[in-house]
Design a protein around this ligand. Structure first.
Ligand code: PLP
Length: 428
């Protein structure tokens, strides 16, 4: 029964399943270690021959329950929480890449991930080629090399709000014999489940809608269990040949569909250790309990705000996939039939200072380096999140200097509209 629950029920009941007399709310197991009565039992845990807890860097009951809930929401075989979305994307990639490898990613992805792939991972010897997600399949395939290990994109890009053609990306990835990795942060599994469209691995910044209350920074990696690593054994030796750091065990042989997840936890988390605090996972779980309600209201409010901005003559342009004349509207109808998200990008007539004046005139809406939160907030990426990118890189990433990113919250939509209206009146 539990596995057959619908999405809304999984938000509330996935993961933690209290037994008779146990607390209904997920307990916070704020303990680094777990006690055993004999050493043999502990040894079995270290050999991965028995399941159990011994040290929170590897596994913790609170963290695991929340990971299980997200895995169920995405329809994956397993999930691992990380201490941030950045860590999730790093772990997801590094689990199947090493120095000398290459990855292909959409230019549209979040600035932090763009930097991680384009600069920091390069220092580790992993090269990234960025491609336009609107390019033809042939052009994207042309950027693959013999050492390419994965293709990466975001369901809805931050901050450009471009919807990815997931099936197209899946076809390319699978023709090239690599997994498709999708950052599903903005859509959430409420509005899109990328595995149903052929993606193999999904990542999240749980800091965003999943939490929704700006209480914790976190991330998650989910595996579909579908990619056949053994069919490309020479390409993924970390999964398909013995791991000397784990008693010579071969992940695909011992763990089958759980190979990728087991390596992620038993090797990468063991060695790199970016786990979330159980307290944070508890807060994330509270957010997940209302994810389905919040996402629906975010989308309703955002649609009203986008329509208002789209019809205001002071607005030069707006990108929101819910608008009928948006270039991604057809993709949104296909992949996001219930709604896209609460985030939109727009530009005002005038110059860069007009954008700043508008933002500074807002009274209720926050200026915040955050997005996908219950409170409406606004940001100017060229001055804030993406300020490390050159003009050229900004252009490549589709970020106009006048782009304002508005994340519509779940306050009364008329209050949001009133605030935007009065700020526009002051700015223009
Ligand atoms: N992925 C996306 C789509 C994001 O929007 C963000 C942050 O804004 C991240 C990843 C990074 O997540 P975090 O800030 O939790 O490290």
């Amino acid at each position: 029964m539990a596995n057959k629950l619908r999405t809304e029920s999984l938000c509330i009941r996935g993961g933690w399943k209290p037994k008779n007399g146990e607390p209904v709310e997920l307990p916070i197991v704020q303990s680094t270690t777990f006690k055993y009565d004999n050493s043999e039992e502990m040894a079995m845990l270290f050999d991965l021959k028995k399941e159990g807890y011994f040290y929170t860097r590897l596994q913790n009951p609170t963290n695991d329950a929340v990971a299980a809930k997200i895995a169920a929401l995405e329809g994956g075989v397993g999930a691992m929480l990380t201490s941030s979305g950045q860590a999730a994307n790093f772990y997801a990639v590094f689990n199947i890449c090493e120095a000398g490898d290459h990855i292909v990613a959409s230019t549209e992805i979040y600035g932090g991930t763009y930097n991680l792939f384009g600069v920091t991972m390069k220092k580790l010897g992993i090269d990234c080629t960025f491609v336009s997600q609107e390019a033809s399949e042939e052009d994207i395939e042309a950027s693959f090399r013999p050492n390419t290990k994965l293709l990466f994109g975001e369901t809805i890009s931050n901050p450009g709000c471009k919807v990815l053609d997931i099936e197209k990306f899946a076809r390319i990835a699978h023709r090239k014999g690599v997994p498709l990795m999708i950052d599903n942060t903005f859509a959430t599994p409420i509005n899109c489940r990328p595995f149903e469209w052929g993606a193999d691995i999904v990542t999240h910044s749980t800091t965003k809608y999943m939490d929704g209350h700006a209480t914790q920074v976190g991330g998650c990696v989910v595996d579909s269990g579908n990619f056949q690593w053994d069919d490309y054994a020479e390409k993924y030796p970390g999964l398909t040949s013995p791991d000397e750091s784990y008693h010579g065990l071969t992940y695909t042989k011992t763990f089958g569909k759980m190979a990728y997840m087991t390596k992620l936890v038993a090797q990468l988390m063991r060695d790199l250790g970016s786990i979330p605090a159980p307290q944070n996972s508890f807060l994330l779980n509270l957010g997940l309990e209302t994810l389905h309600l919040r996402v629906e209201r975010h989308c309703q409010n955002a649609q009203r705000v986008a329509e208002f901005l789209g019809n205001d003559p002071r607005v030069a342009w707006i990108d929101y996939p819910g608008l009928k004349d948006d270039k991604c509207h057809d993709l949104a109808i296909k992949y996001l039939p219930k709604g896209s998200c609460g985030v939109m990008a727009f530009g005002l007539k005038g110059n860069r200072d007009t954008a700043i004046k508008f933002m500074d005139s807002l009274e209720m809406v926050n200026i915040a380096t955050h997005v996908a939160d219950s409170r409406t907030c606004v940001l100017h990426p060229a001055s804030h999140t993406h300020r490390q990118l050159s003009e050229e890189q900004l252009k490549e990433a589709g970020i106009a200097p006048d782009l304002i990113r508005l994340s519509v919250g779940i306050e009364n939509v008329d209050d949001i509209l009133d605030d935007i209206r009065q700020a526009l009146d002051k700015a223009l």
